[in-house]
Design a protein around this ligand. Structure first.
Ligand SMILES: Cc1cc2nc3c(=O)[nH]c(=O)nc-3n(C[C@H](O)[C@H](O)[C@H](O)COP(=O)(O)OP(=O)(O)OC[C@H]3O[C@@H](n4cnc5c(N)ncnc54)[C@H](O)[C@@H]3O)c2cc1C
Length: 523
């Protein structure tokens, strides 16, 4: 039987954004929370290695959905804007298809329309307007019934959508892929490619992702912010808020197993043998780690396993502190290659690195109005890669992809003065080592097919007292979504606690005690 809230001890495993948010919110509600993180710093994928003397944001770079964090900070009695310096970026991203073919998207939709009209003609700019209206409608339709829902099912969602919501989804076309839906809007293949790329924000192929994923576009069109100190500063700020709320944070400690007694999670054991007792455990690592038995055999049944073919994209990245020349870098830059389909066939069809990769470059010191270009840029360069679900990539394959990527940039005019000292490469194997159980997949399961969004587990696992938070569970990957999963984990745990104490009170008052609500996490 669980203890009353004040004495309820929670261990949160992992200080990714999902773990940090759940720890913060549980501590704010009076629970005794200990957060255990294997790395030396908070943030998980929001990491910031030092390369040639400069700290480089080497995970997420695009900060969106600011309102989610405003709510989280407000719930902790703080103001986001007091804790972090955020600057709205006037240019959302710069896209290039060659040395002279460039298109910027702007925070101001009218400016984007004008840019598209100049780039692809007035008719295409009108179609962009229609696309934005549809993407907005899809976002508005799914925000409540899906994104904010605890664990949506198709049945429940149909009821929540109502006739109006169902009509919005039906307007996308039955079972249409994102790529198919974009073809209805855009006649210029470059624009279709540009908006298809948003599927990769969920680690997916535009050819297999459902058309509903156009809501990701809407999220970005709603605004992108730069965080002073990088995205890692957000992690440090959340960790500091959590500490102020009473969370005990321990870094450099790896949890080797989650203990279960009488069918209920009751603590963890570290790899140095130390045992920490708890009444509930929140797991913020990749959910696959549980299924693979990396946290012990007993908890391997906590969630359904992820098949190798369901893994999302991984990435090959370079964190650089280097001089650049020849291309006017914005904060976010995308260098497209013409055969987009081949990129995803290579990755998802053949499990290999793309022969002709699209290259994303984040120049983290650019894009804020009034800031001069630095002498040396802090860059994160990224190409999509297969997760190592089927095989490990060879050094020769990686070097070939590296050479294609830097040649593509040079062909579009961007020279990066790279040396072995100013460049740090991270491969899918490296990501797998940092995020155990993931096979290097950075976004959990790919969102492929219409049902995939319902296959992510919710916050309650199949084991009582064990909760899940992070990008590999509902509502999915991305910093704001993983933060929301942390909120959902905290809310689910509190709801279970609340119903337990109510059934206790009923039992004390002579009522018939029903099944402890704490075991409600077993469905
Ligand atoms: C290169 C890259 C680019 C990205 N770009 C963007 C972007 O621009 N915008 C965006 O919104 N999202 C982006 N993402 C995705 C986003 O970073 C993730 O979805 C999100 O940060 C995941 O957070 P999480 O809560 O799942 O925790 P994670 O970041 O996965 O962290 C989990 C933590 O748990 C710890 N842990 C795991 N197991 C144990 C254990 N046994 N014991 C102790 N600790 C453990 C790990 O060390 C890790 O710190 C990107 C990701 C990457 C890698």
């Amino acid at each position: 039987m669980a203890s009353a809230p004040r004495e309820h001890r929670v261990v949160v495993v992992g200080a990714g954004v999902g773990g940090l948010v759940s720890a913060l919110q549980l501590a704010r509600q009076g629970l005794a929370v200990t957060l255990l993180e294997a790395a030396a710093t908070p943030g998980g994928k929001m990491r910031q290695p030092v390369v040639d003397g400069a700290a480089i944001d080497s995970g997420p770079t695009v900060f969106t959905m600011r309102w989610i964090f405003q709510q989280i900070y407000a719930s902790a009695g703080a103001r986001l804007e007091d804790e972090l310096e955020l600057t709205a970026l006037p240019v959302l991203a710069r896209h290039a298809w060659g040395a002279d073919e460039r298109l910027d998207l702007f925070a101001d939709p009218a400016q984007s329309r004008e840019a598209i009209a100049r780039f692809a003609g007035a008719a295409e700019a009108n179609r962009f307007g229609q696309f934005c209206r549809q993407a907005r409608a899809v976002y508005d339709t799914l925000e409540g019934p899906f994104i904010r829902s605890q664990a949506p099912t198709l049945m429940r969602m149909q009821g929540d959508l109502g006739l109006r919501g169902l009509a919005v989804l039906a307007s996308l076309g039955p079972m249409r892929s994102l790529w198919g839906a974009l073809g209805k809007h855009f006649h210029d293949p470059r624009l279709r490619q540009l908006f298809a790329r948003y599927a990769t924000y969920c680690g997916s192929s535009p050819w297999q992702a459902p058309a509903t994923l156009m809501l990701v576009t809407q999220v970005e069109l709603d605004g992108v912010w730069s965080v002073r100190g990088g995205m890692h500063a957000l992690a440090k700020s959340l960790a500091s808020l959590a500490e102020r709320a009473g969370v005990t944070l321990r870094y450099g400690v790896r949890v080797a197993s989650i203990d279960v007694s009488g069918g209920r999670a009751n603590g963890v054991r570290l790899d140095n043998g130390e045992r920490i007792a708890a009444d509930s455990v929140v797991f913020n690592g990749d959910r696959s780690a549980l299924g693979q038995g990396l946290l012990g055999d007993v908890v391997s049944r906590a969630v359904a396993p992820v098949a190798p073919s369901q893994r999302s994209l991984s990435a090959l990245t370079w964190s650089l502190h280097a001089a650049t020349e020849g291309f006017p870098l914005e904060r976010h830059n995308v260098f497209f290659q013409p055969d987009y389909r081949r990129e995803f066939d290579d990755i998802f069809g053949h499990g290999r690195l793309p022969a002709t990769p699209t290259v994303y470059v984040c120049a983290q010191d650019r894009g804020c109005p009034g800031t001069p270009a630095p002498a040396r840029d802090r860059l994160l360069m990224l190409v999509n890669a297969p997760a190592e679900a089927r095989r490990v990539l060879t050094e020769a394959e990686i070097e070939a992809c590296e050479s294609h990527s830097f040649s593509l940039l040079a062909g579009y005019g961007l020279t990066v003065r790279r040396t072995p000292q100013n460049s740090l490469r991270t491969t899918p194997s490296d990501f797998h080592r940092m995020f155990p159980g993931s096979a290097g997949a950075l976004y959990g399961m790919a969102t492929h097919g219409w049902m995939s969004a319902f296959q992510r587990p919710g916050a309650a696992s199949r084991i009582a007292g064990l909760y899940l938070a992070g990008g590999s569970v509902h509502p999915g990957p991305g910093v704001p979504m993983a933060a929301m999963s942390g909120q959902l984990a905290a809310a689910t745990l509190m709801a279970h606690l609340d119903s337990t104490s109510r059934s206790r009170r009923a039992a004390i008052c002579g009522g018939t005690s029903t099944r402890s609500a704490m075991t409600a996490g077993t469905d």
